[in-house]
Design a binder for this molecule. Structure first.
Ligand code: 8OZ
Length: 365
């Protein structure tokens, strides 16, 4: 029987514990959406598996200029961004850690002020989301999107492939494709959003097509053993209404992607950052459809995480907010030590304050 503190092999990635740092948007990239030295320090603080995470999933990272939806999130499409990420991966590896980059396209969750040429964001649909984003002037309603033409979709799939190749060039151990939280891939998956009449809309098979093509492209470029996937089947995040056949949709995705032998599947259970019981969903059935290492997330306490791994309902547990305020969360979980308080006003944007200044426990225990 395994515990939260035991190693596991995820495809081609060996990790030292089952404790994962979840992807966390912090809006601290430099001009050109370039990762910087402060970001390298932040990740390095959490990278040593003896005190921090067995695996870090980076903050969501746009695969293209069109993929950006918030101010100062990092990208992975320019040579300056690759060089910036190389500093991050070198710092993590120097601590003995492992890190994958979360590949992100926001779709309609964006604002014209963040889009190349001030153009409309692209999506599966031309219907705007009822939500806000964060731009230079502060919070703003997201802009009305433009539906991608059928013949444009292959180009977006290609952006994911190129970003995955750049991830390896930047020294990442792999990637996690962000198919959660109401962003572009979920804008295709869910019939509450996708109103297309082409081969990418209508049936479950058609709505899953974009994700399947993205995963085939990414795994074709870097291998399934270096590719993870994040899903959030029932989250209402970013105005994502429930699909009419949620269970069937996501199990279809699982069966389609099982042959790719993914490194892991990472599931947000319930509402992202909110109630875990917002809608019924059989996560065990989804796990069976994928047959891949299973990473769970959303509001896990120490006891829930210990029980999930020991009881076999999960292989790994990802922690978000606790990893922001506790760089040595791994050690605190091991020792059942008290946690630092999160300062939520310092989550998005700014500098070292509320980012790299959360204290670790005193050295000797
Ligand atoms: C919080 C703020 C901005 C973006 C997600 C990438 O929900 C995000 C995100 C979270 O997946």
């Amino acid at each position: 029987m395994s515990t939260l503190f035991d190693p596991i092999r995820l495809g081609d990635i060996d990790v030292a514990t089952r404790i994962v740092m979840a992807p966390l948007t912090r809006n601290r990239a430099s001009a050109g959406q370039v990762p910087n030295a402060l970001m390298a320090q932040y990740y390095a603080q959490r990278a040593n598996p003896a005190t921090g995470a067995g695996l870090i999933v980076s903050e969501a990272t746009q695969i293209s200029p069109e993929g950006q939806g918030y101010l100062d999130t990092p990208g992975l499409f320019s040579s300056a961004q690759v060089a910036g990420w190389r500093r991050v991966t070198d710092a993590v590896h120097a601590e003995g850690g492992r890190i994958v980059v979360q590949l992100w396209h926001v779709g309609r969750i964006s604002h014209v002020s963040l889009q190349p040429g001030g153009q409309a964001p692209v999506s599966s649909t031309a219907t705007p989301a009822k939500t806000k984003t964060f731009i230079a002037e502060g919070f703003a309603d997201v802009s009305a999107p433009r539906a991608l033409r059928t013949e444009e979709i292959a180009g977006v799939v290609q952006q994911y492939r190129v970003a995955a190749e750049l991830a390896i060039e930047a020294g990442f151990d792999g990637v996690e494709v962000h198919a959660a939280n109401g962003y572009l891939i979920e804008q295709f998956l869910r019939d509450s959003i996708n109103d297309r009449t082409d081969a990418y809309g209508g049936s479950i098979e058609n709505r899953a097509r974009f994700l399947v093509e993205v995963m085939q492209a990414v795994t074709g470029a870097i291998g399934g053993g270096r590719t993870g996937l994040r899903l959030s089947p029932v989250t209402p995040a970013n105005d994502a209404g429930l699909d009419s056949h949620t269970q069937q949709l996501f199990e279809h995705v699982g069966r389609q992607l099982a042959p790719l032998k993914l490194a892991f599947v990472h599931v947000v259970e319930g509402a992202t950052g909110g109630p875990r019981d917002i809608a019924p969903f059989d996560y065990a059935a989804l796990r069976a459809a994928f047959g891949a290492p299973w990473m769970v997330n959303n509001g896990y306490t120490r006891q829930m995480a210990l029980d999930a791994v020991a009881g076999g309902t999960a292989d790994l547990v990802a922690f978000g907010r606790p990893f922001i305020s506790n760089p040595d969360l791994g050690r605190r979980l091991r020792e059942d030590a008290p946690m630092n308080e999160l300062r939520p006003a310092l989550l998005y944007g700014g500098g070292a304050e509320g980012y790299t200044d959360y204290p670790a426990l005193a050295a000797a225990g």
